[in-house]
Design a protein around this ligand. Sequence first.
Ligand code: ADP
Length: 260
Amino acid sequence: MPRMSKGLPIKQKIPGVKKVLLVASGKGGVGKSTVSANLALAIQSTGKRVGLLDADLFGPSVPKLLNLTGEPRISPEGKLLPLSNYGLETMSMGYLIAPENAVVWRGLMVMKALQQLLFEVQWSNLDYLVIDMPPGTGDTQLTISQQVKVDGAVIVSTPQDIALIDAVKGITMFNKVNIPILGLVQNMSYYVCPKCNHESHIFGTEGARKEAEKQSLDVLGSIPLNEEICTQSDKGKPIVVSEPSSVVSRPYFDIAKRVL
Ligand code: ADP
């Protein structure tokens, strides 16, 4: 356990990592993991060394998104060695235990596993570690926010009001623990026709922008609802790697430039 100061844990640096970015969302299914993986790869494309930590202990997505399986090897120092694909180092609970076994864990075991994922992975001198947070504002999110030195958080939301309201809870939590919020990513916000690339703004364009303004946040970018994003993720080859020059990949690269 980290040391305490005035009842609060002291924030620690993650060994082997220069900067930590959180990708968070108020609820599940808004595309947070897809954004995390594509954003990490887009940052990597600027020449940085990047890792992706899947902090969703009960619903890990990184193994599938990056087509990685198998147990991590242990270094001579007893640290977990990341698994890599497309040049990206990754660590996930999904490599260590079947998710159906993790759901019966009690609080203490969950916290122990989280400490191991956060502080006992042998990252190799990363410029950036992107942490794919679990959805919502529960114990895991609070532990990470309170114990880890974080450089910034990206909030992912869909344009529908209900998702925006959920995202606001996440924003409030980060403000409370003094984590700078870099801005909002609006996912599935418009439709790009796969045949002619025509853009239809089916949910309007104002929702996220107005909410962001109310919270004094920047909109980092808007990502379309697009079949290719989904099918490439399912194949374990995120769109920024499989189709880097597609119009659909462009927003991820633009967002990467904004968060660096
Ligand atoms: P979360 O991490 O918020 O639970 P995921 O990243 O797992 O969400 O995405 C949920 C589903 O939506 C996945 O099937 C994913 O491929 C799909 N998806 C995510 N973003 C998009 C998008 N922009 N267009 C189409 N499908 C998407």
